[in-house]
Write a protein that binds this ligand. Sequence first.
Ligand SMILES: [Zn+2]
Length: 137
Amino acid sequence: MQNRDAVFLEDLCPKLRDRCWRQSLHNFTGRKCIYCGNTSESIDHVIPCSKGGLSVTDNCVPACLSCNGSKTDIEVFSWYRQQTFYDPRRAMAVRAWIDGDRRLAMRLLQWAEPKTNQPAKGLYKLQNLDFDLETAA
Ligand SMILES: [Zn+2]
């Protein structure tokens, strides 16, 4: 009888549970759209509800309203490849996310962040050095 009497806040308020869950998804990406990196204002169903996609973490990614709106019911990777902001690292992150590997997804997203592109400068310098060595020889 005691078990039946137990009332959980989440059972009383499914909306609260839904909001907490959505918030946790946004937290994974630091409130960034998984596709383009802008502020995530919505949750996108990778496989749309209309095609049987479930409202579970493996099928739901943080997305901005623009991406969410333009993707509609198109297959996610077909849609993403056609976008001007397409980034293969982000595509891999989406793949990792729907495979259930959130840690890998986050690492790929960090890699895709503009501020982490700086090592490319070092590479450029190295190439210049090679060039100088060649001209010196
Ligand atoms: Zn976006």
